[in-house]
Every structure is written in structure tokens, then in C-alpha cells.
Design a protein around this ligand. Structure first.
Ligand code: THU
Length: 138
């Protein structure tokens, strides 16, 4: 089960940091910035935004941008992941991102979905992607 050992203030600080990142998103086509802030099992913080492309299909979501960065820096597991966007409600990650998040998550991983107004909700990977296919099944 997800055990939350973050205070409300810590959560809001992470959300604020993620919201600040939104201005770095490269979104000339959708104008829909998304940002992801990841704290890994070593306590290192990694940042990612969505990066679009004129050939639309090559767009990289914020979540799938930050995870390879974190892996390159030595991450083994995601401890906290904050994802935020300009949605009226906390953002909802796409299916592809849920699958990639799941590869590096366990029952302790805390996923915080947020928006620009600091509205948020807290998820485990199993809530976001139940009965998922993963490394355990190979
Ligand atoms: N996007 C993300 O970055 N993450 C998601 O989970 C949902 C969608 C991006 C992709 C595209 O640049 C824009 O949001 C609109 O779909």
C-alpha cells in the first residue's frame, strides 16, 4: 500500500516547483504544457516537460521525458512523481505514460497528479494502471 510520509507543505512545494517548470514545455502545436517532477530512490530530483515536434507523433510527454533522465542519473525506483498541467482538475497521464511509470514503480511509489491551481490527488501505480503487464510477468 502507498504510505504517505510527506507533509501537506512538502506536497505543495513539489507542486509549486513542478508548476514553475511548465514554462519550459515546448508546446507550439498543442499549447498544452505538462511538467513532471520525479524524486527517485536516492532522493535525487529530476525534471521533465513535454517536448513536441512538427511531425506530431514524435511528441514526448513530460513523464516519458523525465524517466529516461532519471534512469541515466542512476534511478532504480520512483519514490514520488508529481505531474501537473493546465487542466481545470488534476492532470490525468496518458496510457503510454502510465505503462512507463509502472516499469519503475512499486507499491511504495507515490504519484501526485496536480494542476496550476495546486489542486491535487494522490495515487499508487496500481490505482492508475490496474492489472498491468510488467517485468514480473516475463
Ligand atoms: N501530454 C503529456 O506530456 N503527458 C500526458 O500524460 C498527457 C499528454 C502532452 C503531450 C502533448 O504535448 C500535449 O500534452 C497534448 O496532448
Amino acid at each position: 500500500m502507498t504510505k504517505l510520509n510527506l507533509t501537506e507543505q512538502e506536497i505543495l512545494n513539489y507542486i509549486d516547483e513542478a508548476n514553475k517548470l511548465l514554462e519550459k514545455a515546448y508546446v507550439p502545436y498543442s499549447k498544452f504544457p505538462v511538467a513532471a517532477l520525479l524524486i527517485d530512490d536516492n532522493g535525487n530530483v529530476h525534471k521533465g516537460v513535454n517536448v513536441e515536434n512538427a511531425s506530431y507523433g514524435l511528441t514526448i510527454c513530460a513523464e516519458r521525458n523525465v524517466i529516461p533522465t532519471a534512469i541515466t542519473q542512476g534511478m532504480k525506483k520512483i519514490k514520488f512523481l508529481v505531474v501537473t498541467g493546465g487542466t481545470p482538475e488534476p492532470i490525468s497521464p496518458c496510457g503510454a505514460c502510465r505503462q512507463v511509470i509502472s516499469e519503475f514503480s512499486d507499491d511504495e511509489t507515490i504519484i501526485i497528479l496536480a494542476n496550476k491551481d495546486r489542486k491535487y490527488n494522490i495515487w499508487s501505480i496500481n490505482d492508475l494502471l490496474p492489472y498491468s503487464f510488467g517485468p514480473k510477468h516475463l
